[in-house]
Design a protein around this ligand. Structure first.
Ligand code: S5P
Length: 415
């Protein structure tokens, strides 16, 4: 009876350890032994060690009250590198306690593999100690998947997000910077420019001008230009593209003081994205201030792009890779496309698409949240609004409405 009851749990641990092992392999970390943070991660680490023939170190929570009083059991040499295994990281405290015990016996730790990153400051605390966190899943992604599968309602998603945000603020968001304070703090010229525009024009609104005629695009850019910090384009959806359009867009960007962001979502090897950025009929690098890229192809994509353009955003469908890539290229990457704030590093701007004044979705899977939710609860910096404005009866009046709603939510962060 006992055996059959325990079977699903055993299978589950094996599955978890297999998933985590895939992350170990992908992260290419260098280590000689594994150590599970007591106690939940112990069986996971044990599975991995047995399956892959790796020496295991065991950390006691309390020293033995007899004999050597050792905190770490197992075989090691001074200078060995140990990989830490953990089930859930919240603030990172338990991981850091284990690191401390290992360091005391001369074993170093550079990486941690975790099943779930609760995104409550643990990653930052570990990074500050020179330790990289690699996760199978983040809480944001987990909620997204569970909601998509109909396992939880959007109310539950909101409640959990609220809880996470509130606790994240308590533990790690020590200071909320104003746009002008951040402009002074940031090194990247385009980040400084954008934050200065946001401060001067009192707007955190990016217009996603997803229209198919050049005339419509230019008309939107001219009429809504005064109320936005960014004009986001999909230049390849224009039916009547000509180089004159991009020249006129540039003139309007100067007239109304906004940044042009071509939402090209580069996702290929370095050499190909270089051609996509600078050649073809669009010559994106000649007129766009900013482009975006997926982290998926690895560092080559950034290396390829940065030989041609100095400003790009990382799309964070997988936050771990996005953060690693952005932090390693902070002289080029100005921020993230994301659904909630990923890091407290003020250098990085967080821009969120899928925004409308009323929550809901479209028939093709787009999910909308509100300016208030994005700026106040998810603590992102810029709302990206498309059809909420372009398909409204009076796009200019509606854009002003979004500008006011987004900016009011930002101002409320200081009250
Ligand atoms: O995950 C994403 C990333 C982006 S950049 N989801 C998105 O919707 N976008 C873009 O934001 C999308 O390509 C479109 O241009 C815009 C959203 O438009 P809306 O009309 O749904 O507001």
């Amino acid at each position: 009876m006992k055996t059959s009851q325990n079977k699903p749990a055993m299978l589950c641990i094996k599955l978890v350890s297999d998933y985590m092992w895939q992350i170990v392999k992908a992260s290419k970390c260098d280590f000689k032994s594994l150590c599970g943070v007591p106690y939940t991660a112990l069986p996971i680490a044990t599975c991995m060690c047995v399956d892959h023939g790796i020496p295991m170190l065991i950390r006691r929570k309390e020293p033995k009250d007899y004999g050597t009083k050792k905190m770490i059991e197992g075989h090691f040499d001074v200078g060995d590198k140990c990989l830490i295994i953990e089930d859930v990281v919240t603030s990172g405290s338990s991981v850091l306690e284990t690191v401390k015990s290992l360091n005391e016996i001369g074993v170093t730790v550079k990486d941690v593999i975790v099943l779930l990153d609760r995104e409550q400051g643990g990653r930052k605390r570990l990074t500050d100690q020179g330790i990289t966190l690699h996760s199978v899943c983040s809480i944001t992604k987990l909620l997204e998947i569970l909601e998509k599968l109909g396992k939880i309602s959007s109310d539950v998603v909101h409640q959990v997000n609220d809880f996470i945000s509130a606790n994240r603020e308590k533990t790690t968001r020590k200071k909320v910077y104003t746009h002008s304070e951040r402009a002074a703090l940031c090194q990247h010229p385009l980040t400084q420019k954008l934050l200065t525009i946001m401060d001067m024009k009192k707007t955190n609104l990016a217009l996603s001008a997803d229209v198919t005629s050049s005339k419509q695009l230019l008309s939107l850019a001219d009429s809504i230009g005064p109320y936005i910090c960014i004009l986001k384009t999909h230049i390849d959806i224009l039916d009547d593209f000509s180089p004159d359009v991009t020249a006129e867009l540039r003139a309007l960007a100067d007239k109304h003081n906004f940044v042009i962001f071509e939402d090209r979502k580069f996702a290929d090897i370095g050499r190909t994205v270089q051609h996509q950025l600078s050649s073809g009929i669009y010559h994106i690098s000649r007129w766009a201030d900013l482009v975006n890229a997926h982290p998926l192809p690895g560092p080559g994509i950034i290396d390829g792009l940065k030989q041609i353009i100095k400003n790009f955003i990382i799309i964070s469908y997988s936050p771990t890779e996005a953060i690693e890539m952005a932090e390693a290229n902070s002289d080029f990457v100005i921020g993230y496309i994301c659904q909630s704030r990923l890091t407290d590093n003020p250098q990085f701007l967080h821009m969120t698409p899928g925004v409308k004044l009323v929550e809901g979705g479209d028939s093709l899977g787009q999910q909308y949240t509100t300016p208030e939710d994005v700026i106040r609860r998810k603590t992102c910096d810029i709302i990206i609004v498309g059809r909420g404005i372009t398909e409204s009866v009076d796009p200019v009046a509606t854009a002003i409405h979004y500008q006011q709603a987004g900016y009011a939510a930002y101002v409320s962060l200081f009250h």
